[in-house]
Design a binder for this molecule. Structure first.
Ligand SMILES: [Zn+2]
Length: 261
């Protein structure tokens, strides 16, 4: 089994102070997120760890920036290690492997990401911006991936000129569309973290995407459910209030849980 992040962070997190999530935060985010789309769940997490940033600014972060912040939030809340797993597409063997949130972020290139970028290739001059949460929300309803791709392109490509003449995005040749998509990925690499995996049982090699937003939500859900079960056990045994039980250190809470089990 091997894993290699093909793309890594290429921006520097801003100096906004970030805090880890408390047990109360985790429960509150879980409660709110239950009724949200995954795009909004990620922003709900970020709003809790970056309270100084308004929602609109968080939603305008490029997807790579958003995921970089989520990785930092993970570190502040759960530590560096991400216990990942994947299932072999050939023999269904379950692969478990750790990732490092710090390593994913630390391979950042020094320059900060510019949300709007200019790029000249061949005879084309292109102005584009990096996709953000607003763009993701706009394509959520698209059942057709090709339609979603076109919509995303039309939102993010601001201007294309060829020999000084303006060109509509839907008039671009397919090769240029592909190159622009590749360019966006290069400019915002954390938006797509790909892992190279090899099955130890059948030696099948494949590539899979690591999605920190989904990973974070999954862990947050598991933690929230565990905390609520612990509150239930201790409240029933001792009559303590939820807030008082959550305020206990993990060691004390576990001690009392052992006593009542
Ligand atoms: Zn296999």
């Amino acid at each position: 089994m091997t894993f290699v992040p093909l793309f890594a962070c290429s921006f520097v997190l801003s100096c906004e102070p970030m805090r880890g999530l408390s047990k109360q935060d985790l429960l509150q985010i879980w409660e709110i997120g239950l009724h949200q789309h995954p795009v909004d769940r990620a922003l709900t997490i970020l709003a809790a760890v970056l309270p100084a940033l308004p929602w609109e600014e968080l939603a305008a972060l490029s997807m790579g920036q958003r995921d970089g912040y989520l990785l930092a939030a993970w570190e502040h809340t759960f530590g560096d290690r991400l216990e990942s797993y994947a299932e072999c597409p050939q023999c269904a063997e379950r692969l478990e492997f750790p990732l490092s949130a710090a390593a994913l972020r630390a391979s950042a290139q020094p320059e900060e990401i510019e949300p709007v970028q200019g790029w000249t290739v061949n005879e084309y001059a292109i102005q584009f911006r990096l996709p953000n949460s607003y763009d993701l929300a706009a394509i959520v309803a698209c059942a057709d991936p090709a339609r979603a791709h076109d919509l995303l392109l039309s939102r993010c490509v601001l201007e294309v000129t060829r020999d000084g003449q303006s060109i509509a995005t839907d008039a671009l040749p397919a090769t240029m569309v592909s190159r622009i998509a590749e360019r966006i990925t290069v400019c915002d690499p954390l938006a797509e973290v790909l892992l190279n995996l090899e099955c130890p049982a059948c030696a099948r090699r494949w590539q899979t995407q690591f999605d920190i937003a989904a990973f974070f939500w999954s862990e947050l859900t598991a933690t929230a459910r565990r905390l609520l079960r612990e509150v239930h056990a201790l409240a029933r045994a001792y009559g303590w209030r939820e807030a008082d039980i959550l305020a206990l250190s993990a060691a004390r809470r576990q001690f009392y849980l052992d006593m009542v089990s």
